[in-house]
Each structure stands twice: as structure tokens, then as C-alpha cells.
Write a protein that binds this ligand. Structure first.
Ligand code: MN
Length: 388
């Protein structure tokens, strides 16, 4: 097994991808110089004691004060607040930053990583969906690099192996179909947050698990693929593959398809983004082909799971619309998780907000941030109108 001499920063260390990144750091014996999270004091304390980073940041100030007391017997510096997190990123000497921050909040840390010339092992998809142009500019300007962590995009990245995107005929983006594959709208209406959180294959956080069940996640991934691999939306073909063994594929101009396979385990994708171009022993299991026995593929039901169609609409419109889609879904899913609205209400609410929003073409970063805020307000208004 080859030695990896890279210093790591883990942003969003207490979430699902963050925790798996900590496991990888331990298994590869990597030095970690920065951990950031929002508010989980006990978990980040445990991680800090295991990894001895120079700095820990909790964006929630009150929780940061608590952490500071808990870590008083160590040399670890503790800071609080989002500005401190950004400052810590820019001062960090890490070679690779795993960006596992949840939601639109992952954009500012991503830009800070780019500006400080780091490799971003990018798990946050919201920054790519909403404002990739700005991130890409900063990456190019500062000699930074982005390696996707999202399993499908990691697969596509691996299938491309440095080939130019103009060789691509289509990207085959696989989807497990979610736990409600095959159901119709009426059957989806009574689904509760608890039902939606029982995702069959990947181990993930609550928001993305709901997005996987609604296929909104797949929609975001279509947008992510369009942006990262510079293809047009009609070159991204979603295929439902319930076993989640083929993680995505690239079809070339000669109709050859190169796919990447493995057991569904995020640790493979996270680790590859860190160690690329090297490959190291992994914590994930080997594929047992005979044990799988069959791999199946089918068309996604884009009429029932209309948020997937809405994502194609959003990327065709582009401008601020992908940011509006992201913001509106983030709010609607939160209301669903709090049992305030039903599962199919997410579809209705988000579709209404996205299709009625006045677009701005070639928006500035500020205009994207404003659109994000406006979309959140609009979503709450639409929700209030259906709750009554
Ligand atoms: Mn994914």
C-alpha cells in the first residue's frame, strides 16, 4: 500500500461524509490540520482528540465556547462563527479539503478552498448547482483543483481518465430509483418522513435521503454533471439501477461505454478524491459478482417523480433558477422532515416556486445569494398557503 503524504482539512466533519472522512484519515494515517462543523460539540470533540488538528471551528458561536472549554487541556485552537471558519480554511496548510458542508452554506468554504489553492474533495453539491461558474474561476485563478466525491460524479471522473469532454456522447447517470420506485402519485401522498428516511443503499444524511427518495437528488446530480463535465443537459441520461453497483458511466462517440463499479460505499469515493491519482487500500468491501448475480436497468418515471424533470427545466433556464430550485427544495424538505407538509407537497411547492420565479441571466454571485434568499421566503409563503 502506497503512502499518502497529504494534509487534510475536513469541513463539515460531523455529518455523514465528514465522519466517513475521519475514518479514512485514520485508516490512511493522514495528518488533519482543520476540522469544522456547525454545532455538534461532543462529536467534534471526540474527532479532535483522535486527530489532533491545529484548529477546530464550530460555526455556532455558543457551541464553540462550549467546545473551547472541553478542549482546554489540548493545544487545539477553537474558534466560533462562519467568518472564523473561512479564515481558518484560508490559513490552513492542508493540501486537500473535504468539503462535506451541508447545503448552500458549502459555497463560501468552497470558494475559500479555491482561493487558497487547495484540492477540494467536493461532496457539497449545492455550490456546484448554484454558483459553479464562480468557483471554477477561483479554482483556475489559484491553481486549485476540484475532485468530485458524489459517487456518480466520482465514477464519471474515473471513466473519463483525463479525456476531453468533447469525446463524450452521453453521460449515463445511475439512480437507485429511491425507496418508492414504481409507486404512483397517490401512493406517494401518505409517505412520512420516517418512510422516506429508510433508504435502501447509501448511508447518507436526512436531507439528501429525502432528496434521493423524491429523485430531486438525481436532478441536482444532472445539473452537477452538466457543470462539472461541460456537457449539455440532453447529454445526461438518467438510468434507474436499483442495485447501485454501477455508479455511472460514460458513453463515447464510438458507442463504447465505460462504467465504474463497486459496492455502494461513500468511503471509496471520498478516499479517491483525497488520494487521486493514487489508489490505496480501502475500508469498503470487494464486489462479489456471483453474489450479486444480476444488474438491472430501467427508465426513470419522470412524470411521477416530477422534480427530476424540474431539474432539467432549471438547467435549461440556468441563470438563478438552479439556485432557486436548490433553495426551495431545502426549505420544503425541512418542512416535510418536521411533518408539516406531505411528501408530494414537496413536489408541488418546489415546482410552483421554480416555475414562477423571474430569472436573471448571467447573474453575479450577489444576485445568486439574493435569489436564494427570495426563493426561501417564497417557498414558505407557498407552504403557508397550502397548510391552511
Ligand atoms: Mn450521488
Amino acid at each position: 500500500m502506497s503512502e499518502i503524504n497529504k494534509v487534510l482539512a475536513i469541513l463539515g466533519s460531523t455529518g455523514s461524509v465528514g465522519q466517513q472522512s475521519v475514518e479514512i484519515a485514520k485508516s490512511l494515517n493522514l495528518k488533519v490540520d482543520l476540522l469544522t462543523a456547525s454545532s455538534s460539540v461532543d462529536l467534534i470533540e471526540k474527532q479532535a482528540r483522535e486527530l489532533s488538528p491545529k484548529v477546530c471551528v464550530l460555526t455556532n458561536e455558543r457551541n464553540a465556547s462550549e467546545l473551547k472549554i472541553k478542549l482546554a487541556d489540548t493545544n487545539i485552537k477553537v474558534f466560533g462563527g462562519e467568518t472564523s471558519a473561512i479564515k481558518a480554511i484560508s490559513e490552513s496548510s492542508a493540501d486537500v479539503a473535504v468539503n462535506a458542508v451541508c447545503g448552500f452554506a458549502g459555497l463560501a468554504p468552497a470558494i475559500s478552498c479555491a482561493q487558497s489553492g487547495k484540492r477540494i474533495a467536493m461532496s457539497n453539491k449545492e455550490a456546484i448547482v448554484t454558483a459553479y461558474r464562480f468557483l471554477k474561476d477561483e479554482i483556475a485563478k489559484n491553481g486549485a483543483e476540484l475532485i468530485p466525491v458524489d459517487s456518480e460524479h466520482s465514477a464519471i471522473f474515473q471513466c473519463l481518465q483525463g479525456r476531453a469532454s468533447n469525446d463524450i456522447k452521453r453521460i449515463i447517470l445511475t439512480s437507485s430509483g429511491g425507496p418508492f420506485r414504481g409507486r404512483n402519485v397517490t401512493e406517494l401522498m401518505n409517505i412520512t418522513a420516517k418512510d422516506a428516511l429508510a433508504h435502501p443503499t447509501w448511508k447518507m444524511g436526512a436531507k439528501i435521503t429525502v432528496d434521493s427518495a423524491s429523485l430531486m437528488n438525481k436532478g441536482f446530480e444532472v445539473i452537477e454533471a452538466v457543470r462539472l463535465f461541460e456537457v449539455s443537459p440532453n447529454q445526461v441520461k438518467v438510468v434507474v439501477h436499483p442495485q447501485s453497483i454501477m455508479h455511472s458511466a460514460v458513453e463515447y462517440s464510438d458507442n463504447s461505454v465505460i462504467a465504474q463499479m463497486g459496492v455502494p460505499d461513500m468511503r471509496t469515493c471520498i478516499q479517491y478524491a483525497i488520494t487521486y491519482p493514487q489508489r490505496c487500500n480501502s475500508l469498503s468491501k470487494q464486489l462479489d459478482f456471483a453474489g450479486i448475480s444480476s444488474l438491472t436497468f430501467e427508465e426513470p418515471d419522470m412524470n411521477t417523480f416530477e422534480l427530476l424533470s424540474l431539474a432539467y427545466y432549471a438547467i435549461e433556464k440556468d441563470g438563478v433558477i438552479p439556485a432557486v430550485l436548490n433553495a426551495s427544495d431545502e426549505v420544503a424538505v425541512q418542512y416535510f422532515l418536521n411533518d408539516k407538509i406531505g411528501f408530494t407537497d414537496i413536489f408541488k411547492v418546489v415546482t410552483k416556486v421554480v416555475t414562477s420565479f423571474v430569472n436573471i441571466e448571467n447573474p453575479s454571485l450577489e444576485e445568486i445569494v439574493i435569489a436564494d434568499k427570495e426563493a426561501r421566503i417564497k417557498t414558505i409563503e407557498v407552504i403557508n398557503s397550502i397548510i391552511k
